[in-house]
Design a protein around this ligand. Structure first.
Ligand SMILES: Cc1ncc(COP(=O)(O)O)c(C=O)c1O
Length: 328
């Protein structure tokens, strides 16, 4: 006797509603090009299994922070999204302006003024083959959600990191923000196994690359702001902005200079400050790497200053903020 139910459409829909879990309350609104609109019922925030994003990972994504009812740095994120799509050879289903409008309108439909907005562009649905030739057209999805906050201690006490054994992505794949984040997830799991908060990818030459979903920067004892080159890692939108803040600190005499060049692990270990930088973590101090203290083992002054500058920017830099068109 068959034990697996065959469900009617009505039954399936009601089971989707029953499958809502405690954390679904964090999902505020979703746009799906498959539906051709926005839903706010988490039960309906689903993807077709035949979408090549699901079964082949042929898709790219990006994120923007929703803060005080504004999207911070939406345009640079959108530019990187389109660069990723081009490298992944995914055609746009709509022009850039329409994608941007959908992102803003989904944020508005959420009714929330704080959160994260993440969007995906996929080769689209059409079957279970490998090549996108069978796809009926690219799909686009947007979700507005509440990001789980990092522990406050990351900022007040600092993080511990380890050098990861997970192989780094080859440069082409590291530069595309695709949905293949398996190495990035493994870096975090490995770090937790080793009682650390996160890991650092190292390239084949023993140079610092990046962290799980963050960039890694240092301040040397000579007060030089150090970052690896961007040709074999993801070019973070946050670090690009932080580099502008660092330039300000150079002018004010707090930093001597900025140097974008290879950083051997041994040099990083000797730094006065180390920090993780990205849209989700903002700017957070690292106080221990591979069991060794960084600097005096406490969050450093430049890292704190850069975080303050980031907070100020996200609050008030009008050229970095796009207003969400909430209904009156
Ligand atoms: C691998 C990787 N490196 C760096 C970053 C930091 O980029 P951003 O500042 O744009 O969040 C991210 C996050 O998107 C990432 O996934």
């Amino acid at each position: 006797m068959a034990t697996t139910l065959i469900l009617s459409s009505d039954d399936a829909l009601s089971r989707l509603r029953q499958s809502i879990h405690a954390k679904s309350g964090n999902f505020y609104a979703m746009y799906s090009s498959i539906l051709g609109g926005i839903v706010t019922d988490p039960a309906l925030m689903v993807l077709p299994l035949d979408d090549h994003m699901v079964h082949r990972g042929h898709s790219v994504f990006d994120t923007a922070t929703l803060t005080h009812g504004m999207l911070y740095q939406l345009d640079p994120h959108l530019d990187r999204f389109l660069r990723s799509a081009e490298l992944a050879r995914i055609p746009l289903p709509f022009p850039r302006e329409r994608l941007r409008q959908i992102i803003l309108e989904t944020a508005a439909a959420s009714g929330h003024v704080e959160g994260s907005v993440r969007y995906w562009l996929s080769a689209g649905p059409g079957g279970y083959g490998l090549g996108p030739g069978e796809c009926i057209g690219s799909s686009f999805y947007v979700i507005v959600f509440k990001q789980e906050a990092y522990p406050e201690s990351y900022y007040t006490e600092g993080l511990k990191v380890v050098t990861s054994h997970v192989p780094i992505k080859p440069p082409l794949f590291a530069r595309i923000k695709s949905t293949n984040y398996l190495p990035n997830v493994l870096v975090v799991l490995e770090a937790k196994d080793r009682s650390a908060d996160n890991g650092v990818f190292i390239d084949q030459r023993g140079m610092v690359a990046e962290s799980s979903n963050m960039n890694v920067a240092f301040v040397s004892k000579e007060r030089v702001f150090r970052h690896p080159p961007f040709d074999a890692i993801l070019s973070g939108i946050t670090i690009q902005r932080v580099l502008q803040f660092a330039e300000r600190l150079v002018k004010e005499g707090e930093l001597k200079e900025i140097r974008i060049a290879d950083i051997p692990v041994s040099e990083g270990h000797q730094a006065a400050e180390m920090m993780l930088i990205g849209s989700s973590i903002k700017v957070a101090p690292v106080v221990q790497w591979d069991g060794q203290a960084i600097g005096d083992g406490k969050p450093g002054p430049i890292t704190k200053k850069l975080l303050e500058m980031w907070n100020e920017d996200a609050r008030s830099a009008i050229d970095q903020l796009v207003a969400v068109p909430y209904p009156d």
